[in-house]
Design a protein around this ligand. Structure first.
Ligand code: SF4
Length: 344
C-alpha cells in the first residue's frame, strides 16, 4: 500500500535543472513539520538530487518506489526527533522476531501482523545458535518480539536460551496467559527476564479502538497475572500525540511504576499504520534485528526492504559487521553532505 501524503507533486520529466525546485519549495510552505508529501516523476536520476536536497534543507526522504516506469519519492517535512539513546553501541542490543503471526490485528502494527499473517518462525535451533554467538559478540540486551511470541509452542526454550546469553525482554500483548501457555509462563526463569506488556491508554477506549474490543481488560489481566507469578513487568504504550503520552505518564505515576519499567513511544508510519512518525533508515540508529528472512537495521521495519541489511544470519559476527559497515558508510555520507553545504 502506498504511503499516504498531504500533497502529491507530479514532476513528470522535470528535474532540479528544469523547474522542480520551486514546486518543492511551494510544497514545503504548505506543510507542517511531520507532514508527508510525494513526488512522482519519470526521471529516476532525480532520486540522488532529492536525497541531497532533503539533507541540505533538513527534511527527510523516507521512501522511493518504482512502478510502470515512474518513481514516487516520499518526503517528510522536518527531521525525525533526535534519539535519546543515539550513543548506544551498535550491536549491544539485539532484537529477535520469533514469528510474524499474532492473535490481534492492531491498526498501526509496524510489521503487518494479524491472525492471518504467515508464521515465518525463527525456530528454537536458530535462536539457540544466535544466543550462543551473541554472547561472544558483546550483546548485553536481547529483545524477543513477534508479533506475539507466546503463540509459539517453543517460546519457553527460546526465552531460556536468550536469557542465558543476556538479560532478555519479551514483548507481548499479555492476552494469552491461560492453560498450556500459562504453564509455559510459569516455567520461565524470573532471573534476567522481563515481560514488556502493551497497554496504550489508562482506560479501555483508545487501546480497544486500535487493538480490538475487550483487549485492554485482557491485557490488564495479563499484567496482573505476570506480576502475581513473580515476573518483572514493563508497561509499553504506543500513542499518537504528546497529550496521550502525558495522560499515560500520569497513570503510571499514580501506580508508582518505575521509570525503567515504562516505555511510551509514538506510532511509526510503517506496516499498516496510516498515520504516525515517518522513519527512514537515515533516521534510525541501528538496533540489529533478526527475523526468519534475514538481518534488519531496526525492529520498527523488520520486513521492509529498505531496512534489510543481509539475508544471511550466520555467522552472526559477519551479520553484525555488515550492519556496522553500512552504518559507518551512511554516517560518512551524511557528514560529507553536511560539509559540502558549508557557507563559509
Ligand atoms: S502491534 Fe503487536 S499485538 Fe498488535 S498486531 Fe502487531 S504484533 Fe500483534
Amino acid at each position: 500500500m502506498a504511503t499516504k501524503t498531504r500533497i502529491e507533486i507530479d514532476a513528470s520529466s522535470r528535474t532540479f535543472s528544469s523547474g522542480l525546485l520551486p514546486e518543492l519549495i511551494a510544497a514545503l510552505r504548505r506543510c507542517r513539520t511531520g507532514d508527508l508529501f510525494g513526488v512522482i516523476g519519470r526521471e529516476a536520476d532525480i532520486g540522488a538530487d532529492l536525497e541531497a536536497w532533503c539533507r541540505f534543507t533538513r527534511n527527510t526522504l523516507i521512501d522511493a518506489t518504482t512502478a510502470a516506469g515512474r518513481t514516487r519519492w516520499v518526503i517528510r517535512c522536518g527531521e525525525a526527533p533526535a534519539s535519546a539513546v543515539g550513543d548506544r553501541p551498535v550491536g549491544s542490543r539485539l532484537w529477535l522476531y520469533t514469528n510474524f503471526d499474532c492473535n490481534l490485528h492492531c491498526d498501526y502494527c509496524c510489521v503487518r501482523s494479524s491472525p492471518q499473517a504467515p508464521r515465518r518462525a525463527l525456530g528454537l535451533e536458530r535462536v539457540r545458535r544466535i544466543a550462543n554467538e551473541a554472547a561472544e559478540l558483546g550483546v548485553n540486551e536481547v529483545f524477543v518480539t513477534g508479533s506475539e511470541p507466546f503463540l509459539l509452542p517453543d517460546i519457553g526454550g527460546i526465552l531460556s536460551a536468550c536469557s542465558a546469553a543476556a538479560p532478555t525482554t519479551v514483548l507481548t500483548n499479555g492476552m494469552l496467559f491461560a492453560g498450556r501457555r500459562l504453564e509455559t509462563l510459569r516455567s520461565l526463569p524470573r532471573h534476567r527476564l522481563t515481560l514488556q506488556i502493551s497497554l496504550d491508554s489508562p482506560t479501555p477506549a483508545r487501546h480497544d479502538r486500535h487493538r480490538g474490543a475487550g483487549t485492554w481488560a485482557r491485557a490488564w489481566r495479563g499484567v496482573e497475572r505476570a506480576r502475581a507469578e513473580g515476573f518483572r513487568v514493563r508497561l509499553a504504550a504506543t500513542v499518537s500525540t504528546e497529550a496521550e503520552a502525558e495522560e499515560f505518564r500520569r497513570f503510571l505515576n499514580a501506580r508508582q511504576i518505575a521509570e525503567e519499567d515504562r516505555v511510551i513511544r509514538r506510532i511509526a508510519l510503517r506496516g499498516v499504520a496510516t498515520q504516525g512518525i515517518a522513519l527512514a533508515r537515515a533516521d534510525l540508529v541501528p538496533e540489529i534485528t533478526i527475523t526468519a528472512d534475514g538481518v534488519y537495521w531496526h525492529p520498527v521495519g523488520a520486513e521492509d526492504s529498505d531496512l534489510l541489511v543481509t539475508s544471511d544470519i550466520f555467522p552472526l559476527a559477519e551479520a553484525f559487521a555488515a550492519v556496522r559497515r553500512a552504518f559507518d558508510r551512511e554516517s560518512e555520507h551524511q557528514r560529507r553532505l553536511a560539509q559540502i553545504f558549508n557557507c563559509a
